[in-house]
Design a protein. Structure first.
Length: 851
RNA sequence: GCCGGGGUGGUGGAAUCUGGUAGACACACGGGACUUAAAAUCCCGAGGUUUAGUGAUAAGCCGUGCCGGUUCGAGUCCGGCCCCCGGUACCA
């Protein structure tokens, strides 16, 4: 495995780049010496965090990409002198473990532990910058104990509560899903169609923080992708409007509607309510006898319709007259009440005022059922009439047919009408949110048990904190059928009530796994802390996370829940921050042949195979080089080969520089200036330092790596015999070149360390460098060398490129103009014309504008 | 529909923040050197097109989805449109 330098017949040989030999050695050393351990100190801290993985069994390329990015940032920041924390852990509760248990008869805990072990090994084989002493595994009782404790605190503050409600239910996973876990009417995990069930469940009152979560986005929007901020904003879905009461004819109660357009109140020609609305239930006794049969039939029919389809607006608008009438709160006119399938019970009040002239849905509905359209807003300079109206007019305008509000601008009218309603207690301004409370009960085994007890005499009682953790029983029947597995474990269910000591039952649901991931980043500050969720002073030192990296798929789930829980912890005095993640980088997917990598498509690339073939450095470097971080990365096997070849080139490049520059003598800057070879090499080195630094800072890792390639291309091109140089060649290198090359060999290993740490450390060692590369400071750009020297100045005539001038920097406009006119090609274009104007950008270009 | 992001060679992408040589760097391709041969390695070439020249080459024109504008100068800024990707949705 040795090749001999060709031209010089040198006795010296340079061993080939052999990643598989050098990588394990360094990985062992890093682990043994705890090279990347984070210890609190006086330096500026930097907390770099990747979203922790679910222990599915094996790393996939998405993980590799994620960790390569985080690793690069962590390493770079350490070189900059920051105190870097880069921890790793596992989001270890969840369904796949339980499914594996059902299918293969392995205990979820065993399955999970095996996977954690295997995946940890894979990560170590990648050579990640990680403080392994801070590992957090969420299925450990020492972790979930504090989650149970948090739940009790939230219960005591009214932030955790139980209610019966319609919830999303996945028939395949046999469990409830949160709103955020339903995508297009399908389960986020298994893609089964979700159905609705009426169940009693635990909820966390995230809506109490709705406004704050919305406002808080302003403080982080600079550090987060705009896309994610927008998604959260839309998800919270704040809308301002009014609640308005329509009194039911012959009754004292009223139907309350929510509207964002109180200015169109006089345009109401009907009311529509959701089929599930309680007023339609028989108990309410509102629907007249003669209408009862048809109304019930309509309700039944709508209920049968696929709920998700109804939400997705795929079903034609349908409705039925309920026989109920209400009275308009201001005009006192009689208004019919319809039940309509497009009105949703879970938003607003489940009842809507129908204004066909100014709302498109109402317009469609009115057209179908031949209901009148009343125009109450006229646009400026036009006059709408109900007969000619082809669609609802939803823009602004002036109020008409609206009693005392006629002539008002509609924006002003909004406020005036709500005021008028408030006075007679028939309405008030109101804000609604799309965001709903977070349902966290899961009828599954492999999760954190909810530390609550149901007592017949005392009601719902929290477990005594002394008894935490409430351990998940080791044995439970796992069949995937028949509700919570824990309900079948007698020893778990039967407890004494902490209040009255009477016989009571434990809650048998477990918490949504998103609970664990909502605070793990605090736990890393003190992973083994036993007196609470985390040590406040340590968490205060490290958090917020300075740079968070992960997939965009968590834009509203994990990233919103974490912001919520952080605020809960803040309000109970456990931490002083509101926002857990100061900066967020969402990396794109790894795709192959235009499709997402997946087993079913058979286009999965296994990181282990690649590491076994090319080594970790190649895999890491490729995943950074092939595309900008935030874009999708199209996997390309040839590209990997290319990166491997580059690393081989890097390897030989550094060793050749080394063998050619073993004896260094001191040379002044001036001597370098006067030596063209040395000087241009120096300039290229400075450009590379600049390019790599800026690339990493802007997360343009692809251009950062190309800056290193350019340096190698340039220096190796300085001599035609470069690739066969040896120590013999020292004699024919100028002292200045000798020095600059020597500088390059020392600095290039630092520049490439964030991308390819193994090869970098190994090269440093082979060059007998004292310290490990990871402890070296980042080289600073010496602008002197970049600014020095000649520049290529562009000459334009009328904005078109006509010539180039190689000139020294800092020439005056007149000097350049004279040179430009002398240029033969430029001369051809200006001949016979006079120059009307000259634009000169120093050291860049001159543009001659002809008259 | 609404909200984001994007559209640049055969391909991934650079230059876009801050208007100033479009195509860095790489992949793929083609040619050459080395080799008995191959691999590896090294070197060279390359957006399209036209003109002149045997030729190396020189020069012109066109070119960053489309149309228009601002500017001495637009891939970059502004207005309008088309297409692709992602998110979201009877949200009252």
């Amino acid at each position: 495995m040795y090749y001999t330098c060709q031209l010089h017949m040198s006795r010296r040989t340079i061993p080939h780049y052999e990643p598989l030999k050098i990588e394990p050695k360094w990985q062992k050393k890093w682990l043994k010496e705890k090279t990347y351990k984070a210890i609190e100190n006086d330096k500026e801290k930097s907390y770099v965090l990747d979203m922790f993985p679910y222990p599915s069994g094996r790393l996939h390329m998405g993980h590799v990409r994620n960790y390569s990015i985080g690793d690069c940032i962590a390493r770079y920041r350490r070189h900059l002198g920051k105190n870097v924390l880069r921890p790793m852990g596992f989001d270890a509760f969840g369904m796949p473990a339980e499914n594996a248990a059902i299918q293969n008869n392995v205990h979820p805990s065993q399955w999970t532990k095996q996977n954690i072990k295997a995946m940890t090994k894979q990560m170590q084989r990648l050579g990640l910058f990680v403080d392994w002493d801070r590992m957090v595994v969420t299925c450990e009782p020492s972790y979930y104990r504090w989650e149970q404790w948090l739940f009790i605190q939230m219960f005591n503050k009214g932030l955790a509560y139980r209610k019966k409600s319609l919830v999303h239910w996945c028939p395949k996973c046999q469990t409830v899903l949160a709103n955020e876990q339903v995508e297009n009417g399908k389960c986020w995990r298994c893609a089964s169609s979700v159905i609705q069930k009426d169940l009693e469940q635990w909820f966390l009152r995230i809506t109490r923080y709705a406004d704050e979560l919305l406002e808080g986005l302003k403080t982080i929007e600079k550090g987060w992708p705009e896309k994610v901020v927008t998604m959260q904003r839309n998800w919270i879905g704040r809308s301002e409007g009014a609640m308005i009461d329509f009194t039911i004819e012959g009754r004292s109660e009223s139907i309350r509607v929510f509207t964002t357009r109180p200015d169109t109140l006089f345009g109401v020609t009907f009311i529509s309510i959701a089929p599930e609305h309680p007023l339609l239930a028989s108990e309410a006794g509102l629907v007249p006898q003669e209408q009862k049969a048809v109304v019930d039939a309509f309700i039944q029919k709508t209920k049968k319709e696929d709920f998700s389809q109804r939400k997705l607006n795929l079903i034609e608008k349908e409705g039925i007259f309920t026989g109920i009438y209400v009275s308009h709160p201001l005009s006192k006119q009689r208004v019919p009440v319809y039940s309509a399938n497009f009105v949703l019970m879970d938003y607003g009040t489940g009842a809507v005022m129908g204004v066909p002239a100014h709302d498109q849905r109402d317009f469609d509905f009115a057209r179908k059922y031949d209901l009148p359209k009343k125009i109450v807003i006229q646009p400026l300079g036009r006059s709408l009439d109900p007969e000619g109206l082809q669609e609802a007019y939803t823009e602004s305008g002036t109020l008409v047919s609206s009693d005392v509000f006629n002539g008002l601008d509609n924006l002003l009218a909004k406020k005036m009408i709500v005021d008028a309603l408030s006075k007679i207690k028939m309405g008030e301004s109101a804000v609604t949110y799309r965001l709903k409370d977070w349902g966290i009960s899961r009828q599954r085994y492999w999760g954190t048990p909810i530390p609550m007890i149901h007592c017949e005499s005392c009601g719902i009682v929290p477990e005594d904190e002394k008894n935490l953790p409430i351990l998940l029983p080791k044995k439970a029947p796992l069949t995937g059928q028949g509700g919570s597995p824990l309900s079948q474990v007698n020893s778990f269910v039967k407890v004494k009530c902490p209040k009255c000591e009477g016989a009571a039952k434990r809650d048998t649901d477990t918490m949504d796994t998103f609970m664990e991931s909502s605070w793990y980043f605090f736990r890393y500050a003190s992973p083994n802390y036993e007196k609470g969720m985390f040590d406040k002073s340590l968490a205060t030192y490290w958090t917020p996370v300075d740079q968070y990296i992960g997939g965009v798929e968590h834009a509203v789930l994990h990233l919103l829940y974490s912001r919520f829980i952080t605020r809960v912890l803040r309000d109970s005095g456990h931490i002083n921050i509101s926002e857990p993640f100061a900066k967020l980088l969402t990396q794109g997917m790894v795709i192959k042949d235009g499709e997402k990598m997946s087993k079913s498509k058979g286009n999965v690339v296994d990181p282990d195979d690649l590491i076994a073939k090319y080594g970790a450095d190649t895999v890491r470097a490729f995943s950074l080089f092939a595309a900008p971080a935030e874009k999708d990365l199209d996997w390309n096997d040839r590209g990997v080969e290319g990166l491997y070849r580059f690393l081989d080139r890097l390897w030989r490049f550094v060793l050749i520089l080394h063998s050619a520059t073993e004896n260094e003598n001191s040379v002044s800057d001036q001597e370098i200036q006067q030596d063209p070879v040395a000087k241009s090499a120096m300039t290229e080195l400075q450009k590379a330092i600049k390019g790599v630094s800026e690339g990493i800072e802007r997360f343009h890792f692809n251009t950062a790596i190309s800056a290193i390639m350019e340096l190698i291309n340039h220096v190796s091109g300085q001599r035609s015999d470069f690739w066969s140089l040896s120590e013999k060649s020292q004699d024919d290198l100028s002292p200045a070149t000798h020095l600059v090359w020597s500088k390059i060999k020392r600095q290039i290993v630092i520049l490439c360390e964030p991308f390819v740490p193994h090869i970098s450390e190994e090269l440093a060692k082979q060059m007998n460098m004292q310290d490990m590369v990871s402890h070296q400071p980042w080289p600073l750009v010496d602008n002197l060398w970049i600014q020095e020297g000649k520049v290529t100045l562009v000459v334009q005539v009328n904005g078109k490129l006509r010539g180039k001038l190689d000139v020294p920097r800092g020439l005056s406009k007149d000097e350049v103009l004279t040179l430009a006119k002398e240029n033969e090609n430029v001369g051809r274009f200006i001949e016979g014309h006079s120059i009307a104007k000259t634009i000169y950008v120093p050291d860049k270009l001159i543009n001659l504008v002809l008259s």
